[in-house]
Every structure is written in C-alpha cells, then in structure tokens.
Design a protein around this ligand. Structure first.
Ligand code: ASP
Length: 439
C-alpha cells in the first residue's frame, strides 16, 4: 500500500505539532509521500506564516525595509528546528529569499516560501528526500494548472523516489517562475501527488475529525459524516461547508482514489472518507446540510412565456452581458426567477433590468433581496420516498416560508430558498427531522 499524507498549517505550527505529525507518519510504513503546508497559527491570535510572507513582500515591493518582518519569519522556523533538535541551518535559504524579495520576485514566490521551507524541515526531520514543487507542478502560460504535464513530471520524479516530501501550494511556469494555487491550495498538491503514484489513499490531516453533518455555529455538536461521495462533497462545499480546497478532488477523482480527512490532534478518530461511489448507506437519509446567505432574485413575468422560443435565453443574456453568474433558475409557465449573489448583482442591477426589458419585453419584473439558500444533500434521498415532503413539513412547522425549491436532476440534493432571517431556523428544522430524530 502507498499513502500520501498532507498536513495543514495548524498541524505544523510548532515543534510540538511537528512531533505529532512525525509519530503519525512513523506509525504506518505506507505513509511514504508527505505534503506539508506552511506553519499556521499556534493559537487564535497568532499569524500564519503565509500571511506574514505576503505582508513582508508588500514592504519589499515598495522598496521599504523588511528586516524585522523577515526576522520574525525566521524565528518561526528556528523555533521549530530547535524544538525538534535538528542540526539544520536555513540562513543560506533566507539570504536567497531576501535577495529575491529585493529583486521583486512577486507575491506568489513570497508566499510559496512558507511551504518550501517547511518542506525542507520536514524532509530533514523524517529522513525523506525533499522535492521542490517548482520542478514537478506546472502552470501554463495563462496561469492555469497544467494537470497532464504535472502528472508526467511528478510520476517520473516519484518513480525514482520511494519516500519524499513535496511541499504544497505552489508550482512553476515552464520558465521556472513560481506560481501558487489559491489559498488553501496545499490540498490540491496532496491530490496531485496521490494521482501520480496511484495512492491507495490520500490522507488529509487537519485540526478537525472530518466533515460535520451541519454547521456547528448553527447546530450544537453535529455528528461527523463517515462517508461522503465526491459529488455530495461538491454540493456541500459549494454551499459553504469548507474543510478541503474545492479543487482538491479533481486529480484523485481521475484515479478513483479515496480521501480520508483526519485529525492530527486526535489520530484515533476515523475521520471522513470521501469516495467516488459507495454501497455504504449514510447513517441518516441525508448526508449533510449547508447553506449560504446573500442572494437576491429577479422575477420575470410574461404571459405565454412558455410558447415564446428563446425567451429564457434572452433574459439570461442580460446577466451574461454584465458578467454576473447565475445560481438557480426555477421557472413556471409564465414566470421565471433568476437567483444571483447579491453583492455581485447590486451595483449592476439597473443595467440588468433595462437590458431584460430591451431584450425580452416582459410584462412585469421584480427584484427581491436578502434571500438565503439551504442545500440538503444525500445519496440516500434517491432511494427514500417522502424526503422532500418531510423537509417541507418540517419547515412549515418551524414557520419558515419557502421561497424556492430546486431538486437537482441527480436527486442528490434539494435546494431551498428562504428569507435570510429564516436561514438558521430552516437548517435547525431540517437537521432535527433527519438527525435528531434519527430517521
Ligand atoms: N499556506 C497556504 C495558505 O495559507 C496554503 C495552504 O495552507 O494550503 O493558504
């Protein structure tokens, strides 16, 4: 068996955390490829090294002195090195970094040093080989991740390296210039390494024991999800449930490799399994509930809309022309509604309204604001009769007025639009009916 283990920033914030990580890796000889993040927060008021690097680079870019800031970063790494009793000296690395900062190597280069240096420490601590991700993770000239070239480079390199540390979050263009993924992107690197070696499992170690069935800020102590499919996860992540970077499932998905979310501080917890497909039933009919506030909708009414060819397209064109992405489009015979994100829409609303009038000549148009969407997700819903009925009766009992219903064609999710003030109440009511009552 071959396992890839990725550790998040909080798992590597101090020497004490590094030790826990070392024990986890040594406990299982299959854990042969390690992907570290940069050191994260040691306590709630602390600053992540990545953020320190961005700030320090800002000063360098303006030609200001950044001596104190870079020393603070050095101190973070030295504390780890000394705490682990390693005979490692990063001064040469820091000389290069300072020189490159002065030469304005760019914010991506700056941020990437967080993972790069942590990778060097990790490799030294474990006795694994260090691989600079700039040599194996490739971006194309448009700045997009080049998955196939990366897979080729990574596979070739790892074939010759039975145990290695590959720092997360960054790669490079063909000319060697450093480029990072978006924030939290070390999760993607872990997935890329897993794909390249066809790992049996991609373990993603963080500071929680997996995905929760619902947001703990709304629901008191919700249980963890044991197994979730990639698709269910996409639905929940899109609606705001975040543990894993949303692009991290794509590389492993190509090879059907499962991801296991684990807790560095509680390694005995089984965590959540993210899989392509499973025969395992989830404990409840639903797998999870998530939601987002901050939507508004445009209701468009026109008599005999259903027989007017091209009407929907013309309405949607008005949004496209203003570069506004659309979330949902429920429709009736003579009505259609377009859900959009309020902050993206608000400055352009009058332009959209007049364009809808110009393109589609509706009889009436109306905008409603302060709406929230709640997604109820679960592969079990397809096989269970009455799920939608139970959701809506629970909402009715909780006096939540349902403004929109959208069931995905996969029958994997039901999306419900409610007023923002009913958001928490709606989630609690759905949670109660499916989880608290255990049916
Ligand atoms: N260190 C980077 C960040 O803070 C990437 C990561 O941790 O995944 O976003």
């Amino acid at each position: 068996m071959k396992k890839v283990v990725k550790f998040g920033g909080s798992s590597l914030a101090s020497a004490e955390q590094f030790r826990k990580v070392g024990e986890i890796i040594k406990a299982d000889p299959d854990r042969v490829y390690v992907v570290p993040s940069a050191p994260g927060k040691r306590h709630s008021k602390d600053t992540k090294v990545t953020d320190m690097l961005y700030k320090t680079y800002e000063l360098a870019k303006e030609g200001k002195d950044f001596g104190k800031q870079i020393n603070d970063i050095k101190a973070r790494y030295n504390e780890i090195i000394e705490g682990l009793g390693l005979g490692l000296d990063l001064s040469k690395e820091f000389e290069t970094i300072e020189k490159n900062f002065r030469e304005k190597a760019g914010p991506d280069y700056a941020a990437s040093r967080g993972e790069y240096l942590n990778g060097i420490i990790m490799a030294n601590y474990l006795g694994y080989e260090f691989i600079d991700s700039a040599t194996v993770v490739r971006f194309d000239n448009n700045g997009d991740f080049d998955s196939e070239t990366t897979n080729r480079l990574m596979t070739k390199k790892l074939e010759k390296t039975p145990k290695a540390v590959v720092p997360g979050f960054y790669g490079a263009y063909a000319d060697g210039k450093i480029k990072t993924f978006s924030r939290g992107g070390s999760d993607i690197t872990g997935s890329i390494v897993s794909r390249a070696i066809r790992a049996d499992v991609y373990e993603n170690w963080t500071d929680v024991s997996g995905f929760l069935v619902a947001d703990p800020r709304i629901i008191d102590k919700p249980p963890y999800i044991e197994t979730i499919t990639y698709t269910e996860l996409r639905e929940l992540a899109y609606m705001g449930a975040s543990v894993l970077h949303e692009d991290a499932i794509f590389p492993v998905r190509k090879e059907g490799i499962p991801i296991n979310i684990r807790n560095t501080n509680k390694p005995e917890d089984p965590g959540t399994w993210i899989v392509e497909s499973t025969a395992k039933k989830s404990k409840y009919v639903i797998t999870g509930i998530a939601g987002k506030k901050g939507f508004c909708c445009v209701n468009v009414v026109k008599d005999q809309m259903n027989s007017e060819v091209g009407f929907v397209r013309r309405v949607l064109q008005a949004f496209e022309d203003q570069n506004i992405s659309i979330e949902h489009v429920p429709s009736g015979i003579d009505t259609m509604t377009v859900f959009v994100q309020q902050d993206e829409f608000i400055d352009k609303e009058q332009a959209v309204v007049s364009e809808i009038h110009r393109l589609a000549h509706p009889d009436m148009l109306e905008i409603e604001s302060d709406l929230a969407l709640v997604a109820v997700v679960g592969r079990g819903m397809r096989a269970t009769r009455g799920t939608a009925g139970r959701i809506f009766s629970a909402l009715a009992h909780a006096s939540v007025n349902v403004r929109m219903i959208d069931q995905g064609s996969s029958e994997l999710n039901i999306i419900i639009g409610v007023e923002t003030r009913d958001f928490e109440k709606a989630i609690a009511a759905i949670y109660d009916i499916f989880v608290t009552t255990q049916v």
